[in-house]
Ligand binder design. Sequence first.
Ligand code: SF4
Ligand code: SF4
Length: 256
Amino acid sequence: MTDFTTITACGECCVGCSKKINGECPGCIEADGRVPEWAQSGMCMIHACCKEHNARFCGLCSEFPCDKLPQMISWNPEIINHLSTLRDEYIISNLSDKYEVRRLSEEDIPKVFSLCKMNTLYYQYCPPFVSEQSIRDDMGALPPGKTAADKYYVGFFEEDRLVAVMDLIIAFPDNTTAFIGFFMTDVAVQNKGMGSNIITELCDAMSRLGMKEIRLCWVEGNPQAEHFWHKNGYKETGATTETETYTAIVARKELI
Ligand code: SF4
Ligand code: SF4
């Protein structure tokens, strides 16, 4: 697992660099970007830009991937891919200290189905009833203007057992909002505080990422969903979304 305290603004790592070991360069994190390599311009502009954007590295910047990146980091033609991979690892590894979290894929669908199909109350208010195909569709579904890079359809595992599923969209509907499209826990562990723990950890992770609020919807009339989200500090915005079969209540929570 990457130690992100050693990752520079451009996504490199100075640990082990011979110049640093020989004392020729202090390392850009330690020297706040003022390294011999960029002495002419005073400091590294990538480091300065990340500071200005309050981002640990470019992959976590609200403007990533910005137009100037390929030119600023011209020595690495794969820079966008490299930073995207780091961004993914950073976001997912920060989602929970208590559970193992990873992106879910096609092979996980049977496990997700087993978890979802036991939550009959949810589908009573939010039909149709879950199927492996509806999970597959949800895994690929994106809101307008978003790409797969912004979507985290993740599972929370406890000793290899899937205990919760979340569909999270970063920076939607605006750059400082994270959107929970779906969140469900295993019925066997409900009412034990696990769902609330995951949501609390999510708030901390999103706050560290520079998000200012979390938004989500629940289906009007679903008492369990309404109770859960109210308990966790989410309040109705007053907006609703209509579908053919239900009305979704839009709610939000401001992050500190
Ligand atoms: S380019 Fe800038 S951010 Fe990247 S390692 Fe060099 S000094 Fe650090
Ligand atoms: S992604 Fe672009 S705007 Fe953001 S810190 Fe990096 S160089 Fe600056």
